[in-house]
Design a protein around this ligand. Structure first.
Ligand SMILES: C[S@@+](CC[C@H](N)C(=O)[O-])C[C@H]1O[C@@H](n2cnc3c(N)ncnc32)[C@H](O)[C@@H]1O
Length: 229
């Protein structure tokens, strides 16, 4: 898919420029470790693992995660950084995984927002299908309320508040990125049991005058009887 290819190229460039090197993990990592521990889940899939700022503390916290990313550069940097994990990294997207494979824990941090609304929803649905019955899905995604920056055009807006922008400047120039509304996310996870109900997490940007960005953070459990679309 061309959208995936251009996102992969943009991320390859970003990682070559040093993105996330020496960045601490997001605080949500502690919530994931606590929820996985309570659920007895030790094995999982991390979709969009990047170069490891969050994957490595999760692994060092006791989780055996398969890291998946469309950026070959991210996977290369992560394997260089931690050769012991190289065999548990995979270059590709969810479609590249064996048909029907599921995990007791699926994690996506700032990944399911790539593309327009339809593409973002398809990524969430594809990740949901990878959660084993009774398993957990841990999600951090762009939220409405963000002061979107840098320059961009709003290319779609839905009645539930969700919108998509196409950046006209910066590292994501030319890419569509989606921002989820609360009701939109709730609808996507209808029938799932909230373990950590969706909460908005605000981060002030370092660049003066550029405002804040907000992410939804949430953990759901897949009921054994749920049929995913
Ligand atoms: C904002 S970065 C976050 C990386 C990592 N989760 C972190 O928090 O450090 C988004 C990552 O998702 C990857 N990505 C984007 N779309 C993807 C897809 N469809 N499947 C797998 N990875 C994807 C990008 O290459 C990038 O590494």
């Amino acid at each position: 898919m061309s959208a995936t290819r251009s996102a992969a190229q943009a991320w390859d460039d970003e990682y070559r420029r040093g993105r996330y090197q020496d960045e601490p993990p997001v605080a949500f990592v502690a919530d994931i470790l606590a929820a996985a521990h309570r659920a007895g889940a030790t094995d999982g899939l991390y979709v969009g693992c990047g170069n490891g700022r969050n994957l490595l503390p999760l692994v060092d916290g006791g989780l055996d995660l398969l890291g998946l990313d469309i950026s070959a550069e991210a996977v290369r940097q992560l394997a260089d950084r931690r050769p012991d994990r190289a065999g548990r990294l995979r270059h590709g997207d969810l479609d590249s995984l064996p048909l029907g494979a599921t995990w007791p824990l699926v994690i996506g941090i700032q990944v399911f927002q790539h593309g327009d609304r339809g593409q973002a929803h398809r990524q969430v649905r594809a990740a949901q299908r990878r959660v084993a019955a009774g398993g957990l899905i841990c999600v951090r995604v762009n939220a409405v309320g963000t002061d979107v920056w840098p320059a961009h055009d709003v290319v779609e807006r839905a009645p539930d508040g969700g919108f998509t922008v196409r950046y006209t400047a910066g590292p994501k120039r030319g890419l569509d990125i989606h921002f989820f509304g609360a009701a939109e996310l709730g609808q996507l996870f209808a029938g799932w049991a909230p373990v950590l109900p969706a909460r908005p997490q605000r981060t002030e940007r370092d660049n003066l005058g550029t405002g804040q960005w907000t992410q939804w953070e949430a953990i759901w459990r897949r009921p054994a009887e749920l049929v995913t679309p």
